[in-house]
Write a protein that binds this ligand. Structure first.
Ligand SMILES: [Zn+2]
Ligand SMILES: [Zn+2]
Length: 83
């Protein structure tokens, strides 16, 4: 299925299922990324699959070098929305 409406719908449902409100985030792609959970890595900085993490009021991209370094992002890397 390659319909944007359908994938947006699925994304929205997953966010809601995890107990979050999509409208609390600047865009759906960010909401999806920051609400993702990993069973194997309780600390999101340890997980290579988590690209974006919300830290306080900032959205950051962890630098997976074994530490907890990160880079603050100001625009969504997927759709360009101003964060
Ligand atoms: Zn993981
Ligand atoms: Zn986005």
């Amino acid at each position: 299925m390659d319909c944007k409406e359908c994938s947006d719908w699925g994304t929205r449902q997953q966010i809601i299922r995890l107990g979050h409100k999509p409208e609390n985030f600047p865009c759906l792609c960010i909401a999806y990324e920051v609400t993702k959970k990993c069973d194997q890595h309780p600390d999101p900085f340890d997980c290579p699959n988590l690209i974006i993490i919300k830290l306080d009021d900032e959205y950051v991209m962890p630098i997976h070098d074994g530490g907890s370094a990160y880079k603050v992002i100001h625009y969504c890397p997927f759709c360009g929305t101003d964060l």
